[in-house]
Design a protein around this ligand. Structure first.
Ligand code: NAD
Length: 434
């Protein structure tokens, strides 16, 4: 079987490589020539654990190829996946579908025979129908079926998530599309992954509903953390006490600086807009968006308060700036709000992140980039931990103490032990813990 993947980003590259690993011939196409050139030279344009090895092995076995030539990519492909971006449209919060629509039309124009066009990008309910119209108009002579196959992988654990998903959702309205998708995902049937076949509209909505629910869950525990701080309770224990109830579950109950990333912020916004437009407002999601935005700004105020009300002329060490550990992705990261606010308040910032390639372009030019965590803390008046990379967990409080000039630590991910930090002489604060 042969397929094509349109888009060599976080989703296209990982799913393309994983389908190749399943034994399918995959050609990944991207309009960004530098990405394709890098991939052809064996370089991976993003940081995702294990991806370099997976790509190299499947390229060596001849199942995975890269091109900028769409016609070449889709020649002989039974299915063509759209894995292009759907960022927030400027001004109104809707998903910008221009990449999806353009790619759908390009595929239709380049097609030489029947195929199944599968949208893997996260798209608002109703998009599949529009894609179908575009394709029919472009190529009334060809049988191009349209399907939806939303992706649930998480950056940082993307390969494991793709290879062992909780479920696969396929939105179809033809037997042929269902048969092609079932054939592609056959290796997952063997490990008994539930495959949920639904209408295209339903599949599109499942993705948004799932992401919005997780965003609500995070925001809920963040608000409980605020309440814990006022009431003298411990959010860690509250989360554990809640999460042990299987109806609630333990995941996504970690209080922090607010969610970020390439999905939750834009997907909650897009869902809220769609729901408003269709006359069924998702007010819980709207509240979540507002609470999360406010929270990121409050984090900078929290740091300034911990520094005695002013950071003017102070040096602040920052550990971790990517939106979460094990990725280089900076899209909508809380650090994008926190660091500029601290810099604007007069702080000079020494930051360290294990994967800073995108961060260096996205954060203020005044940020000084350290080579490692301890280097960042040298002579600092205060330390803020924003992203919980594993290597930060093991740092001994005494080492920090001898490196830093001041004693303020704001741990926005609750990774350190408050008692150990206080014993070491730090003025330590975390989220929702006494
Ligand atoms: P990305 O920005 O990393 O990658 C998109 C790629 O598509 C880019 O390389 C771009 O050059 C390419 N592209 C755009 N138009 C093209 C065209 N016409 N032809 C060929 N290539 C084209 O985006 P991403 O993070 O991979 O996300 C893709 C989609 O998957 C989005 O809808 C996103 O919401 C969804 N998604 C993302 C994640 C994630 O963790 N990143 C998880 C699940 C779903």
């Amino acid at each position: 079987m042969r397929i094509a993947m349109i888009g060599a980003g976080y989703v296209g590259l990982v799913s393309g490589a994983c389908f190749a690993e399943f034994g399918t011939d995959v050609c990944i196409v991207d309009t960004e020539a530098s990405k394709i050139e890098a991939l052809r030279e064996g370089r991976i344009p993003i940081y995702e654990p294990g991806l370099d090895k997976l790509v190299a092995e499947n390229v060596a076995d001849g199942r995975l190829t890269f091109t900028t030539d769409l016609k070449e990519a889709i020649r002989g492909a039974e299915a063509v996946f759209l894995a292009v971006g759907t960022p927030t449209r400027r001004g109104d919060g809707h998903a910008d579908l221009s990449y999806v629509f353009a790619a759908a039309e390009q595929v239709a124009m380049a097609a030489e025979g029947p195929l199944v066009l599968v949208t893997k990008s996260t798209v608002p309910v109703g998009t599949g129908r529009k894609v179908k119209e575009i394709v029919r108009k472009a190529r009334p002579d060809l049988q191009i079926e349209v399907a939806s196959n939303p992706e649930f992988l998480r950056e940082g654990n993307a390969i494991g998530d793709f290879m062992r998903p909780d479920r696969v959702v396929v939105g179809v309205d033809s037997d042929r599309a269902l048969a092609v998708l079932k054939k592609l995902y056959r290796p997952l049937y063997l490990i008994e992954t539930p495959v949920l076949a639904t209408a295209i509209e339903t599949a599109e909505l499942i993705k948004y509903a799932a992401n919005a629910f997780l965003a609500v869950k995070i925001t809920f525990i963040n608000q409980m953390a605020d309440l814990c701080e006022k009431a003298g309770a411990n959010v860690h224990d509250v989360a554990r006490g809640m999460g042990l109830d299987w109806r609630i579950g333990r995941k996504f109950l970690h209080a922090g600086p607010g969610y970020g990333g390439s999905c939750f912020p834009k997907d909650t916004l897009a869902l809220a807009r769609t729901a408003q437009e269709l006359g069924a407002p998702a007010t819980i999601v709207e509240q979540t968006i507002a609470a999360n935005e406010a929270r990121k700004a409050q984090m900078a105020e929290r740091v300034i308060a911990a520094c005695g009300g002013s950071v003017t002329g102070k040096t602040i060490a920052v550990l971790g700036v990517t939106f979460k550990p094990e990725t280089d992705d900076m899209r909508d990261a809380p650090s994008l709000v926190i660091l500029p606010a601290l810099a604007a308040a007069g702080a000079s910032i020494r930051a360290y992140d294990p994967q800073p390639s995108h961060a260096k372009q996205s954060l203020p030019a005044s940020v000084h980039w350290a080579e490692n965590a301890l280097d960042a803390t040298k002579g600092a008046d205060a330390l803020v931990l924003i992203t919980e990379w594993n290597e930060f967990r093991a740092i001994a409080p005494q080492k920090l103490k001898s490196a830093m000039a001041g004693q303020v630590i704001c741990d926005l991910r609750n990774v350190w032990d408050p008692e150990a930090m206080r014993d070491a002489g730090f003025d330590y604060s975390s989220i929702g813990r006494p």
